[in-house]
Design a protein around this ligand. Structure first.
Ligand code: 13P
Length: 252
């Protein structure tokens, strides 16, 4: 019942021409893929050019961040309206790199996610514990706080159009992927939280992605877990062949 979602987060990589070249190739290579939602998150500068290449394709566009306000004197920020205008359907919010390097808090993440919903952008809301949290046995309490605060005030309709990405910080860019049972344990926990806040029926419809050193070799096993509905891919989304192989592995 949950359509798998495979998203590539390019982070601070690719010029406009590199991005256009990638998505032109991806469009061809993924043309016959059905039953998987494919999402690409280029840097802001490439969004509009990529959107033009993706018109009429089965690939959706995401931004990597958004500001909470629609407009105003906020030098350097990009609003949800601007992202919609550029062709985005999704936006990644609260990535651990935003939290770690740019001072994002659960409160700022929540405001951004609400702003995204108001303007019809679907948030991919990132949560995940640091290694010290896990080692101290605090994975669930950390993830619970991030989820509960991150989705605070979301209506039922809003939670249904949100994807939650569990990205353990120790697995990001390290080559150390969470074991599939570790991913499932946290995903199951997040779904149980959603059941408690909304309803079991709604919780069953929310897509939960895993991120952290995902590649074509480990995608199928992660996706085979009951509550893993997709992946959020960093490094392995930068080469088109590697990304297509992940999409195909997610398809099963
Ligand atoms: P890597 O796939 O490079 O570990 O990055 C994961 C990530 O941060 C995706 O948002």
């Amino acid at each position: 019942m949950r359509t798998p979602i495979v998203a590539g987060n390019w982070k601070l990589y690719k010029t406009i021409s590199e991005a256009v070249e990638f998505v032109s190739a991806l469009r061809e290579l993924a043309a016959d893929v059905t039953g998987v939602e494919i999402v690409i998150a280029p840097p802001f500068t490439a969004l509009s050019a990529v959107a033009k290449v993706l018109v009429g394709s089965n690939i959706r566009l995401a931004a990597q961040d958004v500001f909470r306000e629609e407009k105003g004197a906020f030098t350097g920020e990009v609003s949800p309206v601007m992202l919609k205008d550029a062709g985005c359907g999704y936006v990644i919010i609260g990535h651990s790199e935003r939290r770690g390097y740019f001072g994002e808090t659960d409160a700022s993440v929540n405001r951004k996610a609400k702003a995204a919903h108001i303007h019809g952008l679907k948030p991919i809301l990132c949560v995940g514990e640091k290694l010290e949290d896990r080692n101290a046995g605090n994975t669930q309490s950390v993830v619970e706080a991030q989820v509960v605060k991150g989705i605070s005030g979301f209506s039922e309709a809003e939670i249904l159009s949100t994807a939650i990405a569990y990205e353990p910080v120790w697995a990001i860019g390290t080559g150390i992927t969470a074991r599939s049972d570790q991913a499932q344990e946290v995903h199951g926990f997040i779904r149980s939280l959603l059941s408690r806040i909304y309803s079991t029926d709604s919780a069953k419809q929310v897509r939960l992605q895993y991120g952290g050193s995902v590649n074509a070799a480990n995608t199928a096993e992660l996706m085979a877990q009951m509550d893993v509905d997709g992946v959020l891919v960093g490094g392995a989304s930068l080469e088109v062949e590697s990304f297509v192989n992940i999409v195909k592995a997610a398809h099963g």
